[in-house]
Design a protein around this ligand. Structure first.
Ligand code: TYD
Length: 134
């Protein structure tokens, strides 16, 4: 699979930088929820799930991590480190986050409110469901 990376325009001047995000301008869905992941302990990995319907965009506001995407056919890892680039995580894509830097802050924009029923947390179940679709 080819990861979809969306460039976010930084409005920089002598004072520093600012990025503005508006749904349907630089995010291709209604933003229903925003959350952030920070303070991840050294050596810890996160994620290990896919979503049945949720679409998300992940932006590394500071620091870096490696973001693995698996659509059931191919696996790619994207090094997230640029706060002006958002990574799309579409529905039915297994994802994992590894190698967090100490200062890593991931901002996540999501297309729906939190719903545990939307999660697929078992990789074999994900493979079975995606297999039915491929
Ligand atoms: P989880 O999705 O397991 O985190 P990650 O995929 O980054 O490893 O979420 C961690 C906990 O936070 C879990 O108990 C669910 C809860 N949570 C919410 O209550 N609301 C949310 O919007 C999210 C993303 C998680």
């Amino acid at each position: 699979m080819k990861p979809e990376l969306i460039s976010l325009q930084a409005r920089g001047d002598s004072r520093g930088s600012l990025v503005a995000i508006e749904d349907h301008k630089n995010v291709p869905f209604d933003i229903k929820r925003v959350y952030y992941v920070y303070g991840t302990k050294e050596g810890v990995s996160r994620g290990f799930h896919a979503h049945r319907e949720l679409r998300q965009m992940v932006i590394p506001l500071s620091g870096s991590c490696d973001f693995l995407l698996d659509d059931g056919e191919t696996v790619v890892t994207v090094a997230l480190k640029d706060p002006t680039v958002g990574l799309m995580v579409e529905k039915m894509v297994w994802h994992e986050m590894h190698n967090f830097s100490n200062d890593c802050i991931l901002l996540v924009l999501a297309s729906a409110h939190y719903d545990e029923a939307d999660y697929i947390r078992d990789y074999d179940e994900f493979k079975k469901l995606i297999g039915a679709k491929l």
